[in-house]
Design a protein around this ligand. Structure first.
Ligand code: ATP
Length: 355
């Protein structure tokens, strides 16, 4: 089993900028762990702290249970893949892959053998004597991964490695990366601002906003039970109805909104009088009328997407409301311009402090 990574109360301050505040996370050995957040939220800084390129202003970094705070990148069992890939264009593929082994004094014959094994692993056998410029984007990507794995790291750090690829290739490489991670058993820490990428590949995801950790959870849990309003908005589509909490009982919070009283499962620490919002996914909004939460709206347009149709509606106060309607519900779907009632159950809605 590969090494675990523990970040304990990490803080990183650059001059006036608090890039990372009180960040704690325990990544298990052999886990595919992603850090997800918008540009500038501090995710690359966390990765560089794990690699040892920079040292935290406070807190500790443990790899495989050993405190490595203060030690440099070469003293850590980590390897990093950069966004730019940083391959050497004038070197053949095989030399690129085992470049790190030459520096370690491993003889040429052995390096060649190791390169062949890694070329098999990344499904590019026979590509050893190609030059880097003779490869496609996805092939270069795989060579960069092989090079990072050549030094047999316990932990592989990946900084948005798919961002330069087109959508189709990116989706293909997601599956490949995930399979490769499971096959090698190496702990992966993967940085991305793309939520669908994080959800598709990871065992668990840490969501960050403005230097702070928002939540660590499995992809399903993040989607079903976001811990904060930031996570509810950032991961997947959501409708958001702000208001004031009237009361909480049996785990259900009732919120006074511009659309009347709406109810949902109460998020952590909610109390009567709090500013909050009711969050509900489009697929939980229906045209049925018996649900507890009802919103009067006007249908604007229906976008057919195959398995579902997305109904864009406008509530009486002008707020946009999205409903994803499955095929079987389409029979009752309204024509554009028609008055409709949208509804959802309290069990499928979540009430969170409004931040
Ligand atoms: P992106 O997705 O755009 O790469 P990010 O989430 O990886 O963003 P970081 O690169 O970690 O964000 O940066 C977090 C904050 O720290 C930013 O405000 C950035 O300007 C600042 N920062 C990062 N490195 C330094 C540095 N060496 N000196 C000063 N400020 C820095």
């Amino acid at each position: 089993m590969s090494h675990s990574v523990d970040l304990i109360d990490i803080e990183m301050i650059f001059g006036q900028v608090r890039a990372v505040e009180k960040f704690s996370a325990s990544v298990e050995g052999g886990e595919f762990f992603s850090i997800l957040g918008p540009s500038g939220c501090g995710k690359t800084t966390v990765l560089r702290l794990v690699a040892g390129f920079i040292q935290p202003t406070a807190g500790r970094v443990l790899i495989g249970g050993k405190d490595v705070t203060g030690s440099g990148p070469h003293q850590r069992p980590t390897s990093m893949i950069f966004q730019s890939l940083a391959l050497f264009p004038l070197m053949p593929v095989w030399e690129n892959i085992v470049f790190g082994l030459e520096v370690r004094g491993i003889p040429k014959a052995e390096r060649r053998k190791r390169a062949e094994e890694l070329l098999d692993l990344i499904a590019l056998p026979g590509f050893g004597y190609r030059m880097i410029h003779e490869l496609s984007g996805g092939q270069k990507q795989r060579v960069a991964i092989a090079r990072a794995l050549a030094v047999e790291p316990q932990v592989l750090l990946l900084d948005e490695p798919l961002s330069a690829l087109d959508l189709k290739l990116r989706q293909h490489m997601r599956a490949e990366l995930r399979a490769l991670q499971k096959r090698t058993g190496v702990t992966f820490i993967y940085i991305t601002h793309d939520q669908s990428e994080a959800l598709a590949m990871s065992d668990r995801v840490a969501v960050m906003s403005a230097g702070k950790l928002q939540q660590i959870a499995t992809p399903r849990e993040l989607y079903a039970n976001p811990a904060t309003s930031f996570v509810a908005r950032f991961v997947g589509e959501t409708n958001e109805f702000p208001g004031r909490v009237r009361g909480v009982s049996d785990g259900i919070a009732a919120v006074e909104t511009r659309h009347g009283l709406l109810k949902g499962r109460a998020g952590p620490g909610l109390r009567a009088g709090d500013q909050a919002a009711v969050y509900v996914r489009p697929e939980a909004v229906s045209l049925e009328t018996q649900n507890d939460n009802r919103i009067e709206a006007e249908a604007e347009r229906l976008e057919f997407e195959g398995a579902v149709a997305i109904l864009h509606a406008k509530a009486q106060d002008g707020q946009a409301v999205l409903a994803a309607i499955a095929h079987r519900g389409l029979g009752q779907a309204p024509v554009s311009g028609g008055a409709i009632k949208l509804s959802f159950t309290p069990a499928e809605a979540l009430v969170l402090a409004h931040g």
